[in-house]
Design a protein around this ligand. Structure first.
Ligand SMILES: *Cc1c(COP(=O)(O)O)cnc(C)c1O
Length: 395
């Protein structure tokens, strides 16, 4: 199989697996135990925290391990909201194309009386710092804007947005789940107060994540219990997972430039090749995009059908439609960048990693046009467009 769904999750790296194994076998201690088996685990935890801090450019006591990106997003946003409410500030700024871990948390706050401004995104999927500046009010208690989009790969001007939030003394959170391990991040240089990342998006294990929170920012617990994670996240630590996350992040950061160069070349070859399909359009900015992200809409096609046919041909891809959740709603991201409903249904996301090869790209470039042709030939709608009875949406 050709795996081109790395935005959904990635293959565990051998380095990460090797780092984890001892903590699933002989080093099974609880870091809270005072005996030596427990202290082995406590030392591994401390080393992992230092590694992650080094990769992000912060202090180890600013790192909180979580069960994943979703938990980190929830905790960051709810903490800032509570801190704001304590000072009578109940306005939050975000974008219309965030991950649901952010959007649904904001919706919950909306029901609790917070006012949420979701900035519209441009067709290229990028917002400007000025648009954030214009939305800031006296009672704004949080700006949360994703680093890079999981569907269309567009990268936001994070350091600039961070700088203006810093100037206005408004906490700035970024969901960097798609960016961490793929783009150079330094939370201090980039003016980031809180950042979420997830182990399984950079070849680490699933169910592991990190919340970075600048020292001095008050976090509120989602989970009460023991004193783990400096009392901010109770529960016996997932030591093997944490060690695996740190090893994967360290590996990704050590090879960041070479991986980005390799994956960007594969991406561009794929984009150039697929652009030749008539009545297709690339989603997301052509250059301000994640190294591994390719996302197209094809006129006259259902994303789900395309995925099943590609799977038959040995290619794992994804569509904007939330087919996995059983819903046929078109992607909120594609709607946010202004794609009409009928087009948003026909999207294809191919997300690459350094494990992909040029031969695989060639195979994808052969398969996708065949699948598109096959589906279009079966579609009455497409035939009507070909006969000129109905206009094409994508010229
Ligand atoms: C995958 C993802 C998440 C969720 O991370 P989990 O570790 O799966 O909970 C959040 N935000 C973005 C942008 C993602 O791509």
């Amino acid at each position: 199989m050709i795996y081109a769904d790395n935005a959904a999750t990635t293959k565990l790296s051998p380095t990460s697996l090797a780092a984890m194994l001892p903590y699933l076998t002989e080093h099974y201690g609880n870091p809270s135990s005072l005996h030596s088996i427990g202290q082995d685990a406590a030392e591994a935890l401390a080393r992992a925290r230092q590694t992650v801090a080094d990769c992000l450019g912060c202090r180890p006591d600013e790192i909180y391990f979580t069960s994943g990106g979703s938990e980190a997003d929830n905790q960051a946003i709810l903490s800032a909201a509570r801190n704001g409410a304590a000072h009578g500030k109940r306005h939050i700024i975000s974008t219309a194309f965030e991950h649901h871990a952010v959007l649904h948390t904001l919706q919950k706050l909306g029901r609790e009386g917070f006012e949420v401004t979701l900035l519209d995104v441009h067709e290229n999927g990028v917002i400007t710092p000025q648009e954030v500046a214009d939305a800031i009010r006296e009672d704004t208690c949080l700006v949360t804007i994703m680093y890079a989009n999981n569907e269309i790969g567009s990268i936001q001007p994070i350091p600039e947005i961070g700088a203006l939030c810093k100037e206005k003394k408004i906490p700035f959170h970024t969901d960097a789940v798609q960016a961490a391990g793929h783009l150079a991040i330094n939370v201090k240089e980039q003016n980031i107060d809180m950042l979420s990342l997830s182990g399984h998006k950079f070849h680490g294990p699933k169910g592991t994540g990190v919340l970075y929170a600048r020292k001095g920012l008050l976090l509120h617990n989602l989970i009460e219990g023991g004193a783990q994670e400096r009392r901010k996240r109770a529960g016996t630590e997932n030591i093997a997972g944490i060690v695996g996350l740190a090893a994967a992040l360290e590996e990704a950061c050590a090879h960041l430039e070479e991986n980005a160069a390799k994956v960007t070349a594969l991406r561009d070859k794929l984009i150039d090749g697929l652009s030749a399909i008539p009545h297709s359009v690339l989603n997301g900015d052509r250059t301000r995009r994640l190294p591994g992200n390719v996302n197209f809409c094809f006129e006259g096609i259902e994303g789900e059908s395309m995925l099943l046919l590609l799977d038959d041909k040995g290619i794992c891809a994804s569509s904007g439609s939330a087919c996995t959740s059983g819903s046929l709603d078109p992607s909120h991201v594609l709607l946010a960048i202004g794609r009409p409903h009928e087009i948003a249904h026909g999207s294809l996301r191919l997300s690459l990693s350094e494990y992909n090869t040029e031969e695989e790209i060639n195979a994808i470039l052969e398969a996708v046009p065949q699948v598109v042709d096959y589906l279009r030939n079966m579609s009455p709608l497409w035939r009507a467009m070909e006969k000129g009875e109905k206009p094409y949406v994508i010229q």
